[in-house]
Design a protein around this ligand. Structure first.
Ligand code: SF4
Ligand code: SF4
Length: 154
């Protein structure tokens, strides 16, 4: 007989049955206001970079990893973080992301981060700061869960 606590199949079946608050999906279309890049509402926000993010952006900018890290990042508690001169992301130029094609995973998956999908966080910290939420494309529950599974370097 299967141990229901330890068996991953049973655990998965149970968690699939558990309804998520965003079961019917969430509409989101970036309005390109740049608020999240300018940190207007998120003064302490940082964009953390993983290895693939660094590879992608340095390749796009025709720089070596070393050059890219030196020019565009700072070390914060042993994590590599994009520089924010005067509070804005260094890549936010002429009102847009100048590395958009190679923007970091953290930016690609906003606002569907695991921590954001806790209902209380969503209502209090996420919805009020992003005017793209509730507009445009409907993301299904499965798509949202998939995006939330990216591994933050944190
Ligand atoms: S705050 Fe939201 S709508 Fe504005 S640029 Fe960022 S993701 Fe797009
Ligand atoms: S990398 Fe691009 S999308 Fe991400 S915060 Fe900076 S400007 Fe915005």
């Amino acid at each position: 007989m299967r141990n229901s606590k330890k068996d991953p199949v049973i655990r998965d079946q149970r968690s699939m049955k558990k309804k998520r608050w965003f079961e019917k999906g969430i509409r989101f279309s970036c309005q390109r206001c740049g608020d999240c890049c300018r940190n207007v509402s998120l003064q302490e926000a940082c964009v953390y970079l993983n290895g693939d993010d660094i590879d992608g952006a340095s390749e796009l900018l025709h720089l070596s990893r070393k050059e890219f890290i030196k020019k565009y990042t700072v070390n914060r508690y042993s994590f590599t973080v994009i520089r924010k001169p005067e509070g804005d992301c260094i890549f936010f130029q002429n009102k847009k992301c100048c590395i958009y094609k190679a923007r970091p995973m953290q930016c690609r998956t906003w606002p569907f981060w695991e921590i954001n999908l806790i209902k209380k966080n969503w209502e209090q910290n996420v919805k009020p700061v992003c005017r793209g939420i509730g507009k445009g494309k409907l993301y299904s529950c499965e798509q949202i869960v998939h995006m939330s599974e990216f591994q933050s370097p944190l």
